[in-house]
Ligand binder design. Structure first.
Ligand code: ADP
Ligand code: ASP
Ligand code: MG
Length: 471
């Protein structure tokens, strides 16, 4: 950390905002830095489970079950009131009034969905944003209770202006100056801004969300805007691990990762970070740290420009995406015509569907595309509409994509052989293979039912339980 004054953006996820106790602990982590003279911007997620609950109740309203939706809203209201009270808010306080009003607005929005029996991406975003909007005042309370000055704002109020991709919005270039403008005043006045994560606002003021796990992204967008010294994402794990710790018991913390490596990991299913979270940091070289809130002195994972390669561990982590389908397009000889392949990709791009893997057989009579199963139907219809009738388009469901990631694989021989050997020894059938040109990852499609034991086998084959990524 170089130039004073030091500015940190600290992000707290759902577990760290789970109840009054967790929120108080999170506020104490902010306090530790503030007491050292560091200026902090806090970015918060919804209380654990609330985002899923909001999505569920919105669906219930759409299908006509307004009673179930209202029950859920009432339960959420009790949970937020209880937390506020435990954080010292009096029943007639501003915080309690604000929480009551927000639940009323939420109830009205959900009632609108019920009346129309229509849940659009736009109304879903508005409804789901209440999780973060409700947890922000709780963080303000906790900071104030511990003697700090704090003020909460929504993502839009913080200046996060986005495009109109509801459910998966991206910040516009103008967001950065606006954020600086909106938050600098608070910081200069010695007030800690508390920003509700996950959301932004279009130029017309419609609420957008940044995709699941988007509070990580909110934090790095703000980090870039304020030229923060570092962005710290507080987690319930030691940092980025060599595999999902719920699947691989001896997964280890990775000390250092490059932006590129962490993006590959997140993209290929490591739920610990939003896949685009590091993109705002890349240009300015701001570091991201993932730290364990229950062990704050542990360094966690440092993500910055350079990778830390160790010849003994060219692979740093293994990840998997579940619920994938392979879409096979077949038809003898027809695919020898490049225009046909081009029309396939154009059709997919038009639908805005992300391809996880692509492979084309050398005879050119087959193209296979891996997509998340939720997009399979849309992919199949788009492809059928795009190609002539003599091509067959079929979905193969029940697939997972397993990926190994590490910049040390670049130019190293034998890594792929070791991966395939480990899978063969474990009797795992490989359905598709791909290696990106960056050589940061190799991915294989396997049967979903086999992916957990395949992950453990690959983790062991590359000895990732040894101190992964350390010097
Ligand atoms: P937060 O709400 O703080 O963003 P998340 O639940 O979104 O936390 O992400 C942290 C969780 O991600 C961990 O508890 C862990 O179960 C899961 N996870 C999956 N893969 C990995 C990995 N490779 N390293 C660390 N955590 C992982
Ligand atoms: N609450 C949102 C989600 O569950 C955003 C986040 O946690 O980062 O996806
Ligand atoms: Mg998350």
């Amino acid at each position: 950390m170089s130039d004073a004054p030091t500015l940190l953006v600290m992000k707290f996820g759902g577990t760290n905002m789970g109840d009054a106790r967790a929120i108080r602990h999170s506020a104490s982590l902010v306090g530790r830095s503030v007491r050292e003279g560091v200026r902090v911007v806090v970015v918060v997620s919804a209380m654990a489970g609330v985002t899923n609950q909001l999505l569920r109740l919105a669906e219930a309203a759409q299908t006509g079950d307004i009673a179930a939706a209202n029950d859920d809203i009432a339960a959420m209201r009790t949970r937020h009131f209880t937390a506020a009270q435990e954080l010292g808010a009096a029943p007639d306080s501003d915080a309690v009034r604000e929480i009551r009003e927000m639940h009323e607005t939420l109830r009205q929005a959900v009632y609108g969905v019920y009346l129309l029996r229509e849940l659009t991406p736009r109304s879903r975003d508005l409804i789901v944003s209440f999780g973060e909007r409700l947890s922000a005042p709780l963080m303000t309370l906790a900071l104030e209770q511990s003697g700090q000055r704090a003020h909460h704002v929504t993502g839009g109020e913080a200046g996060i202006v986005t495009d109109t991709h509801f459910g998966n919005a991206r910040p516009l270039p103008s967001a950065y100056a606006r954020i600086k403008d909106r938050l600098s005043g608070l910081l200069n006045a010695g007030v800690t801004p508390v920003v509700a994560g996950f959301m932004g606002e279009t130029e017309q003021g419609a609420l957008t969300t940044l995709g699941r796990g988007g509070t990580d992204f909110s934090a790095t967008i703000i980090g870039k805007a304020l030229a923060a010294t570092e962005v710290w994402a507080w987690k319930d794990v030691d940092g980025v691990m060599s595999a999902d710790p719920r699947v691989v018991k001896d997964a280890r913390n990775i000390e250092v990762l490059s932006y590129g490596e962490v993006m590959e990991l997140a993209y290929f299913g490591a739920k610990v970070l939003h896949p685009l979270a590091v993109t705002p940091l890349q240009e300015s070289g701001i570091a991201l740290r993932l730290k364990n809130s229950t062990n704050p002195d542990f360094p966690g994972t440092l993500v910055h420009a350079e990778a830390h390669d160790d010849a003994r561990h060219p692979v740093k982590a293994v990840t998997a995406i579940r619920n994938v389908s392979i879409i096979n397009v077949t038809g003898a000889g027809v695919l020898g015509v490049p225009e046909v392949v081009a029309s396939l990709f154009t059709a997919i791009a038009r639908e805005n569907i992300t391809l996880l893997m692509v492979s084309q057989s050398s005879s050119m009579s087959n193209v296979s595309l891996a997509v998340q199963s939720i997009y399979a139907e849309r992919t199949v219809s788009a492809l059928r509409a795009a190609v002539s009738g003599d091509l067959k388009v079929e979905e193969q469901p029940g697939v997972a994509v397993l990926a190994i990631v590490g910049s040390g694989m670049r130019g190293q021989k034998g890594v792929a052989a070791k991966l395939f050997g480990a899978l063969a020894n474990d009797e795992v059938n490989i359905l598709m293979i791909s290696q990106g040109s960056s050589e940061l990852n190799i991915s294989v499609a396997v049967e979903d039912a086999q992916v957990e034991h395949a992950t453990r086998a690959v983790h062991a084959a590359f000895a990732l339980q040894e101190v992964a990524g350390s010097v």
